[in-house]
Design a protein around this ligand. Structure first.
Ligand code: FPP
Length: 236
């Protein structure tokens, strides 16, 4: 039975929600706006209240896939526009998250970004490292296979005798972060496209048709209610 979207206490709240942010350009086109406006709505209107509301509901970790290893293949004008948005997020928006006690982490190979973005991210991660309200992880230049190969190379260098699933996890970008209980991909596509392949082993998957620029508090309630209806068996 589906529970209604409401504000009453739910029996289970996921500790970690991971989000594949999709549908930004479709949202913009449907509103007769340039495609960058879809991305801008996410950074300037959606993210902060969503993170605050998730923290209020008891969510401890939220991962947002903001840029994939494949996204560089997009049209040059869009890529440049998004890089400008990233800089804006780093200089304006992440400071606000710090004031609210948010710890920021980054996964993915950020060496590919220009130094202003890379250093800006490193500074925010350092500045927010002792915050405890909620941990927000931005996946930037992230690809699941790329993460696993980088982890394998680190493991080889560390010469860590015989690897176990636990010891290998420590070489991943997500070391120390619990696996997501639920992965949400907005925009209706029903695939993970290389998002957290190692960490999603037992993640519940949810593919709402609405777009990332529509991810309001009400939609987070919808995700929480959906999660509360799932029966998790872990192979038992
Ligand atoms: C997916 O929608 C969106 C992206 C690939 C870019 C997302 C980036 C941002 C929203 C900026 C966020 C930045 C930070 C650091 C949080 P799409 O463009 O694939 O839309 P479509 O499915 O309609 O084509």
């Amino acid at each position: 039975m589906k529970l209604p979207t409401t504000h009453y206490p739910l029996p289970t709240i996921p500790e970690h929600i991971a989000i594949i942010m999709d549908g930004n350009r479709r949202w913009a086109r449907e509103h007769n706006l340039p495609v960058l406006e879809g991305h801008r709505r996410v950074t300037d209107v959606i993210l902060e209240p969503l993170i605050e509301y998730a923290a209020k509901k008891g969510v401890k970790f939220m991962t947002f896939w903001a840029w994939s290893t494949e996204n560089w293949k997009r049209d040059e004008k869009e890529v440049m526009g998004i890089m400008k948005l990233f800089k804006n997020v780093i200089t304006r928006r992440l400071g606000k998250l710090h004031e609210k006690g948010v710890k920021v982490k980054v996964i993915g190979d950020i060496s590919k970004f220009d130094p202003a973005i890379r250093e800006g991210l490193e500074n925010v991660v350092e500045k927010t490292k002792n915050n405890t309200t909620i941990t927000v992880i931005f996946a930037l230049n992230y690809g699941g296979r790329d993460e696993i190969v980088r982890a394998a190379n680190k493991a080889i260098k560390a010469d860590d005798c015989v690897l176990t699933t636990e010891s290998f996890s420590k070489f991943l970008d997500t070391a120390g972060i619990p696996d997501p209980e639920i992965i949400v991909r907005t925009g209706g596509e029903q695939r993970l496209s290389g998002f957290l392949p190692w960490q999603s082993e037992y993640s519940e998957l949810y593919f709402p048709s609405w777009y990332m620029p529509e991810f309001t508090e009400e939609k987070l309630d919808e995700v929480l209610v959906e999660y509360a209806t799932r029966k998790r068996r872990f192979g038992k």
